[in-house]
Design a protein. Structure first.
Length: 119
């Protein structure tokens, strides 16, 4: 894979995660999921934890530090975002697919760093 392509993917994914995490904390972009998001918001720890993780992962990707670790942290979040939109809010599936695909591309690019886990 072209390193310029993966650099663009890494930066794009980092920006998406950073903006998404900050939006969860400060709510500057309206979200269309409505009541479901409000019910999750009533559980005090869910959004702050996910928001902080997204901000940290996004910052790690943008700073090009610990990318393989950041991608492993992102994998369960990306899967849950995808499953949430498949089962509960199908209208928002496109951004979920984008996040999952970008994460998959970057994991594939850094696969050599994960090989020792499977030996």
């Amino acid at each position: 894979m072209n390193s310029m392509f993966t650099k663009i993917v890494r930066i794009f994914l980092g920006v998406i995660l950073l903006v998404s995490g900050l939006n969860k904390l400060f709510g500057f972009i309206p979200t269309p999921a409505g009541d479901l998001i409000e019910s999750f918001g009533r559980v005090d720890y869910i959004f702050p934890v996910v928001a902080v993780l997204e901000i940290v992962i996004g910052a790690m990707l943008l700073a090009k530090k610990w990318i393989a670790f950041a991608l492993i942290l992102l994998a369960p979040i990306a899967i849950n975002i995808l499953l949430f939109h498949i089962y509960l809010d199908f209208a928002g599936i496109i951004p979920a697919i984008v996040i999952a695909v970008l994460n998959g591309i970057l994991i594939y690019k850094h696969w050599s760093q994960y090989k020792p886990l499977f030996n």
